[in-house]
Design a protein around this ligand. Structure first.
Ligand code: LLP
Length: 437
């Protein structure tokens, strides 16, 4: 369920025609629907209500300050993975006491920053990290609450790049090592163990993987409690999958049904870290067709968004629905099923201007007839879209707009050529024009 819909063959975001936004702000343009963000947040709240969890929205999915502010206003906590994300959360008015910090490679400066800001938990991913946290905490004479990130060794059957809870992945500690670290931390004055954390992967559409993982982590929590550890928090991470192609996402209740029994059983408070589930279907990327051309048996639709804007198709062979923003009369409505043939369409490779053959948004994709200048919407681009963009090929990043009902506002202006070189000019990359004269 989202609030992007075609009315009279024209795409609207809530009550705003997407075409008007593209005309006003140019393309490539990211358009976000606040109502869709809140709808999904509400679904997680409802499904897990009995456990009264702290929902820590995963900042990495979409870290625009306006999105963070919206979440903070509605009581969300945050899951961060860097000092930069802590900075964003604070700037957006987020509550550090409802913010948890994961990551396999926290630098000493990031650890110090997190301690200074009194985050709820630092999620420790290695024995050496625990040592460094202790040193910094001792220096500051400030006790730190930590959770151990456990690698429960389950296969969530998602793309291998975003599988994070199998024993060969770099994240967390296996159950034995986690128990051993807990033992070492017993009674520690500076590093106080208050929770266990897991995050088994992303875009997971098989809830049973959570059941298997949570069972193992809850067992460990119970063992540790028996040994006298004060384990208050069970953090089951993020990863709930969404619809990209059809109806492959699962409702939040299905995840809750397999997670909640383990939360009950171990008597901990629940933390959740959904990212994609909240924002994924709340954003689209709008682009404009530049040229069409044919080569052999391929038909290329060259448009102005590229892999530097949305890298997911190039990086993970991810499927994003693409459809014209304005569908001319007589042409088909957007498909809900890509398995069967779609009458009135031909197959295009939807590519961008970047100088790589791997630069595409879709390959061999059925689309209606399109002309130069037509606008395209690439759907489900709210998560891991803009945040993974780059300036490759010296392409300025696109603008971002947040829609709420019939109003909208620019929440990130389009980058300029000056933005591209500012850090270099400030570092004196070339002789200063004034100095050489
Ligand atoms: N918690 C931790 C510790 C994480 O590492 C992640 C995501 C999340 C929560 C949020 O996961 P979500 O609910 O959004 O699935 N760039 C990839 C996804 C990478 C996910 C990284 N970790 C993609 O575009 O599919």
């Amino acid at each position: 369920m989202d609030f992007f819909e075609y009315r009279d063959r024209e795409l609207y975001c809530e009550d705003v025609p997407v075409r008007e936004l593209a005309e006003r702000f140019g393309t490539p343009l990211w358009v976000y629907s606040a109502r869709t963000v809140l709808h999904h947040y509400g679904q997680v709240q409802e499904a897990f209500a009995e456990a009264e969890p702290i929902i820590c929205y995963s900042v990495k999915a979409n870290s625009n300050l306006a999105i963070l502010h919206l979440m903070a206003q509605h009581g969300s906590g945050f899951d961060v993975v860097s000092g930069g994300e802590i900075y964003r959360v604070l700037l957006a008015g987020g509550d550090p006491r409802r913010t948890v910090f994961a990551g396999v490679g926290k630098s000493p400066a990031e650890i110090a920053y997190a301690i200074d800001q009194d985050l709820l938990l630092l999620e420790v991913e290695s024995e050496e990290e625990a040592e460094v946290i202790r040193e910094i905490a001792a220096e500051k004479q400030k006790a730190v609450s930590v959770a151990i990130r456990v690698n429960p060794d389950v296969d969530p059957k998602t793309h291998r790049y975003i599988t994070t809870g199998k024993k060969e992945s770099k994240f967390g500690l296996d159950l034995e090592r986690a128990a051993a670290l807990a033992d070492r931390l017993r009674g520690d004055r500076w590093v106080q163990l208050h929770g266990l954390h897991m995050h088994i992967g992303s875009q997971i559409t098989d809830p049973s993987a959570y059941g298997r993982a949570a069972a193992r982590v809850a067992d460990l929590a119970l063992d540790l409690k028996k040994m006298g550890h004060d384990i208050r928090w069970l953090n089951t991470g993020g990863g709930f999958g969404i619809h990209y192609r059809g109806q492959e996402g699962r409702p939040a209740e299905e995840f809750a049904a397999v997670i909640l029994p383990h939360v009950r059983r171990c008597g901990c408070r629940l933390l959740l870290e959904p990212g994609r589930f909240i924002v994924g279907n709340a954003g689209i990327l709008v682009s404009r067709v530049l040229f069409r051309k044919e080569a052999g048996d391929r038909r290329f639709l060259i448009q102005d968004a590229a892999m530097n804007d949305l890298v997911r198709p190039s990086l993970y062979q991810a499927f994003h629905r693409i459809w014209p923003v304005v569908v001319p009369p007589g042409l088909p409505a957007p498909p809900t099923d890509y398995e069967s043939d779609i009458p009135g369409t031909v197959r295009w490779d939807v590519v961008g201007p970047v100088c790589e053959t791997g630069d595409f948004l879709a390959l061999d994709r059925p689309l209606p007839r399109l002309d130069r200048g037509d606008l395209l919407a690439t759907f489900s681009a709210g998560a891991y879209g803009m945040v993974m963009s780059s300036n490759y090929n010296s392409r300025p990043r696109g603008a971002e707009v947040l829609v709420e009902g019939s109003s909208f506002r620019l929440v990130r202006r389009r980058e300029t050529y000056e933005d591209l070189v500012r850090a270099e000019l400030e570092a004196d990359a070339i002789p200063h024009p004034a100095a050489s004269s």
